[in-house]
Ligand binder design. Structure first.
Ligand code: NAD
Length: 260
């Protein structure tokens, strides 16, 4: 493995994607960030990572619902870094509703961002990885890629879909040094999850700690959140030489959720 890798991480302006970006930059790898958010904040993140770890960190705001913008993101990273060694498909959104009321446009958006974008990015990087004989593709799925919950039809369908895509890409890359794995986190305390805690506490007349234990972490036997650092460390390991024979797998990092 080359000592310095070049990585593209979709949805890396926040939460898990940003945690993975931190972990990669700490390894000395160059990173192309992507995602939405306040332009000044994103620029602060970009320069902060670049300066702290002395690596090349870029940003491209491609919308993962737009295949032409996805192609531009990959092209920009290839020009900036020379090649892409690591692709992390992480961008994702959630929407919760009974299926009979589930808005069709939310279904389309979730399938586009959480599933189809990974097809477009993978398609764009795959030939180069195969030619060079090295590549690492990591799809951030979810415990919901392996089990379901009610009212999350689009999310669960997309996450199961990306686990299937992971297996197919793994088989196509197997003889070329290109691995493809899914990471299936349980609850991770990202801004998205954190924001729900005070409102839920008010609505249910509970303390915030009760909300965490009895509502959010009900599914997670350890009753602890997964951290973005832990997901980042798993992603780094999956990129290592020691992970060369790990491919086509869905790696649970969920405090035991899927085990029960
Ligand atoms: P987050 O909201 O903190 O981050 C999502 C990222 O995706 C942000 O950078 C956002 O800007 C980006 N994004 C959203 N729509 C986009 C679009 N159209 N184009 C480009 N970027 C877009 O959420 P998170 O919790 O860090 O989630 C990251 C991934 O991890 C998602 O795929 C999510 O399904 C998955 N996941 C999260 C949890 C959890 O508990 N937080 C658990 C399992 C899996």
């Amino acid at each position: 493995m080359t000592t310095s890798l070049n990585a593209v991480i979709t949805g890396s302006t926040s939460g898990i994607g940003l945690g993975i970006a931190n972990a990669f930059a700490a390894e000395g790898w160059n990173v192309m960030l992507n995602g939405f958010g306040d332009a000044d904040e994103i620029e602060k993140t970009r320069t902060g990572l670049a300066e702290k770890y002395n690596v090349d960190v870029r940003y491209n705001g491609a919308d993962m619902t737009k295949p032409d913008q996805i192609d531009d993101l990959i092209k920009e990273a290839e020009v900036a870094f020379g090649q892409i060694d690591v692709l992390v498909n992480n961008a994702g959104i959630q929407f919760v509703s009974p299926i009979e009321e589930f808005p069709a446009e939310k279904w389309d958006a979730i399938i586009a961002i959480n599933l189809s974008s990974a097809f477009h990015t993978t398609k764009a990087v795959f030939a180069g990885m195969k030619k060079r004989g090295f590549g690492r593709i990591i799809n951030v799925a979810s415990a919901h890629g392996l089990v379901a919950s009610p009212f999350k039809s689009a999310y669960v369908a997309a996450k199961h879909g990306i686990v299937g895509l992971t297996k197919t890409v793994a088989l196509e890359g197997a003889e070329f040094g290109v691995t493809c794995n899914a990471i299936c986190p349980g609850y991770v305390k990202t801004p998205l999850v954190e924001k729900q805690i005070p409102d839920t506490a008010k609505a249910r007349n509970m303390t915030e700690e009760e909300v965490v234990q009895k509502v959010i972490l009900e599914a997670q036997p350890t009753k602890q959140f997964v951290t973005t650092e832990q997901v980042g460390a798993l992603a780094v390991f999956l990129c290592s030489d020691n992970a060369a024979q790990i491919t086509g797998a869905a790696h649970q990092i969920d405090g035991g959720w899927v085990a029960h």
